[in-house]
Design a protein around this ligand. Structure first.
Ligand SMILES: Cc1cc2nc3c(=O)[nH]c(=O)nc-3n(C[C@H](O)[C@H](O)[C@H](O)COP(=O)(O)OP(=O)(O)OC[C@H]3O[C@@H](n4cnc5c(N)ncnc54)[C@H](O)[C@@H]3O)c2cc1C
Length: 444
């Protein structure tokens, strides 16, 4: 590796940070530019004040899976102990219904070997008729046989209907999973990408299907230890540095930020899809990816935090709700010691976007009270609305690759990891892949 190699990374979300950590491990110099005042992008802490007390919340409750192998590798590399940082739960879905639908319960058996434990779970899940359960089991067995592959993409709702999944099974099982995994309405969501997530969850090792819930805030989990890791390896992090332009120049690239010019041999553009056009406008060879991302649509995620008295507790750390605006409720006391604090998630577009934040919090509080009478009146609430939380993961969505027509310039970001929807794992894999291309291109 030439010792003049210095990589400028534009964007300090998980893609940019994973790229920087991968390069730093190999002794390559990096500088990360982050427009915001803190690192982490869409996976970060937000400090809010109530009665002169500062409470750390996540910008949105995040769920990881045991199949997030690259994320787990990254955490290990930066010195995070998985057992301290993440609560590992067997794949369990508890969905409580507040309308005419029955409640749904799926739990992979702890005692049977993989994959029998899951097949047993499907066959004996609660809330579906015997016919629905046998259809579900057949469907899963067929998917395993075809390695979760379908030749042409189609909307998930249509695909599931054609696979003899009843409207009850779709409402109680597949739609909540689709919203949680793809953050895209099931009527337009990509079946292919959904099946990729199912494959990695249900067709690997038993541990791949487990749910991993952060026991600490997202910044403590990711950006703080990565900062420490990078700084101890000669990496530079510039927060509050919005990059205005990247230009190809003699022997590399010029990056303009805060009226300063920085020179790099290589650049990784690790902004979100939404922001790619801002930094790539002076790179004509990136016209293709810029045009592709300009056509993207985005989906919101709302997280409604409700604080109850500190002795309030739910029976599980994570419970789904059906027939309500609220989709999932997380007990942050069980997860990270924030006793009495509930985080309610509403993924993708819907009627909730027409409410004011206070109206939404009131509606959610009343739904929670109906579902769990122990949750009476919240002491305070905070709504965090990420209006363009993720790209809409629709049928046949074009996804740019990490490699570009501009030599020594790469793209990272969740949208560039084509197998996955917008996820932590997609972002981390994209960053690692882009960084590994720099190794290869420099060694060539
Ligand atoms: C509310 C919410 C809930 C989610 N839940 C889950 C979940 O449960 N499980 C899961 O796996 N995923 C979840 N996700 C998705 C996951 O957070 C993202 O896919 C991932 O964090 C994206 O990382 P990224 O690095 O690709 O992009 P980003 O996090 O968007 O990072 C891009 C960074 O680039 C910076 N930037 C942009 N322009 C410039 C510029 N000109 N100069 C310098 N910096 C710039 C931005 O400030 C940002 O920090 C959720 C996302 C949200 C918003």
């Amino acid at each position: 590796m030439s010792d003049t190699t210095h990589v400028g990374i534009i964007g300090g979300g998980l893609a940019g940070l994973a790229a920087a950590a991968t390069l730093a491990e190999k002794g390559i110099q990096t500088t990360v530019f982050e427009a915001g005042s803190q690192l982490g992008g869409r996976a970060r802490n937000v400090a809010v004040e109530f009665n002169s007390q500062v409470v750390q919340l996540d910008n949105g409750q995040h769920i990881l899976l045991g199949a997030y192998h690259e994320t787990l590798k990254l955490l290990k590399k930066i010195g995070v102990d998985e057992q301290d940082a993440l609560l590992r739960l067997p794949l369990t879905l508890n969905i409580k219904s507040l309308n005419h639908l029955p409640s749904f319960k799926f739990r992979a058996s702890n005692y049977l070997p993989f994959p029998l434990n899951q097949l047993f779970g499907f066959l004996f899940c609660k809330g579906l008729s015997l016919r629905e359960r046998t259809n579900l089991l057949h469907f899963m067995l067929n998917l395993k046989r075809s390695n979760f592959h379908i030749p042409t993409d189609k909307p998930l709702n249509d695909y599931l209907g054609a696979e003899r999944q009843s409207s009850n099974t779709i409402k109680l099982l597949w739609e909540p999973l689709c919203l949680a995994a793809l953050n895209t309405p099931i009527t337009v969501a990509s079946s292919k990408v959904f099946l990729n997530v199912l494959r990695d969850t249900f067709d690997g090792k038993k541990s791949d299907s487990q749910l991993l819930l952060p026991k600490q805030g997202l910044s403590d989990l990711f950006s703080k230890p990565i900062t420490h890791y990078l700084q101890s390896r000669n990496g530079t992090i510039l927060t509050g540095h919005r990059v205005k332009a990247v230009k190809a120049s003699e022997g590399g690239f010029t990056v303009q930020s805060k009226d300063q010019l920085f020179q790099f041999s290589h650049v990784i553009l690790a902004t979100s899809a939404l922001r790619l056009q801002d930094v790539a406008s002076q790179l004509p060879k990136l016209a293709g990816p810029v045009e592709t991302t300009k056509s993207y649509q985005y989906q919101p995620i709302y997280t409604i935090y409700l604080q109850y008295s500190t002795d309030t507790k739910l029976p599980h750390a994570m419970i789904g709700l059906a027939g309500t605006l609220s989709q999932w409720v997380f007990d942050r006391g069980i997860l990270c010691g924030q006793h009495g604090l509930m985080a309610v998630i509403i993924s993708a577009e819907g009627a909730h976007q027409n409410c004011s934040q206070d109206e939404l919090a009131l509606t959610v509080a009343s739904e929670l009270h109906q579902a769990f009478p122990v949750l009476k009146k919240p002491l305070w609430h905070q709504v965090i609305a990420e209006k363009r939380a993720t790209f809409s993961c629709q049928v046949d969505l074009a996804r740019p690759s990490h490699e570009t027509h501009q030599k020594n310039l790469y793209i990272a970001g969740d949208y560039t990891y084509a197998d996955y929807p917008a996820t932590i794992e997609g972002a981390v894999r994209s960053g690692v892949n882009a960084a590994n291309m720099i190794n290869r291109s420099s060694d060539d």
